[in-house]
Design a protein around this ligand. Sequence first.
Ligand SMILES: Nc1ncnc2c1ncn2[C@@H]1O[C@H](COP(=O)(O)OP(=O)(O)OP(=O)(O)O)[C@@H](O)[C@H]1O
Length: 375
Amino acid sequence: MTTTESAPAPADEVVLEAVGLTKHFPVRRRLRDLLSRTPTVVHAVDDVSIALRRGRVTALVGESGSGKSTVARLLAQLYPRTGGDIRLHGASIRVRGGRRFRAYVRRVQLILQDPFASLNPVHTVRYHLTRSLRIHGNAGTGPDGLEKALADLLTRVSLTPPERYLDAFPHELSGGQRQRIAIARALGADPEVLLADEPVSMLDVSIRLGVLNLLQDLKDRLNLAILYITHDIASARYFADDTIVMYAGRMVEGGDSETVTQRPAHPYTRLLTDSAPDPERITGAGGDADAATERGHGEPPSLIRPPAGCRFHPRCPHAMPRCTTELPPPIPVDDRPGHWAACWLFDPATVAAEKTGTAAATPTAGATAGQEAAR
Ligand SMILES: Nc1ncnc2c1ncn2[C@@H]1O[C@H](COP(=O)(O)OP(=O)(O)OP(=O)(O)O)[C@@H](O)[C@H]1O
């Protein structure tokens, strides 16, 4: 059924790219704000750059409100962007509805968190899948062609025998089966990119692994580029090749998943990994989460007036004076190629000052801990 399967493209080719992507949502102004010339906006996403490659899963990790879903919706062209660029095979794309949007959706499919909400309860599996196949011109020729395409889709998501599922309604299926139907519907477009927004967070823990395994299998067999959005950094290690961590609308760390999850550099990523229930690290029930709360106490900041400098500085146990005023760029961490952190602790000047014991950068004692943890 898929052209992707029959004509594999070079592995690691960048398919979809966000470059400096920015989204500010306008908010209703209060009376006193009307006197101000500056429009009031939510800084949901600022300067996010991500390259999605064929045959690779990239995880976008962060706590609630960090901007992950907004990135997915921007990449799906469901929201207009405030700034930055989206490139499909290197070509800048900006579409809002119409034929160009349908052509884009054929290449880039979005899978949502809630399979209950994404499938219409009054329609059968056959209806949902047929519609997708027809809209995207993959329904084959004649009734036999359509039946074969439907059976192929269900087999691809391991719902077999297909006849058992085709005439079922969503409420007759389990959460995991429904999410598989949502994935099959996305595959009906024969896409190159899947944007999976928390695809397993609403499923029972016992069936999450099966759905993640399915996505991994599809990545390998169909050479898909997958963006995997999650608040669960432990699952990123298991499922994603690369991991990018977001905090308050900005990217704070990135690299291969093993390094980012096992040797996190940014203090925020360390907070996330410390509170994640990774079986290899758990020492006692609830202990890790408590320790993490102690280290990174506080709440995420207001995105209407985000903090100057590093947005994490009000919660950071290692904050230095410059963190409150200067925005840290992505800085190589120097342990693995491609591992970076947007954190002044990794600035060569800070590191040199630490080594010579000069007070130029005036890092706190925590800075040493920050560098040590990343090595
Ligand atoms: N349509 C909108 N209008 C105004 N603000 C919005 C809108 N959509 C999202 N936001 C705000 O943008 C910020 C980022 O939201 P987003 O949903 O992208 O975060 P998230 O990391 O996906 O969180 P979650 O995991 O809870 O979905 C939040 O502060 C949110 O309130």
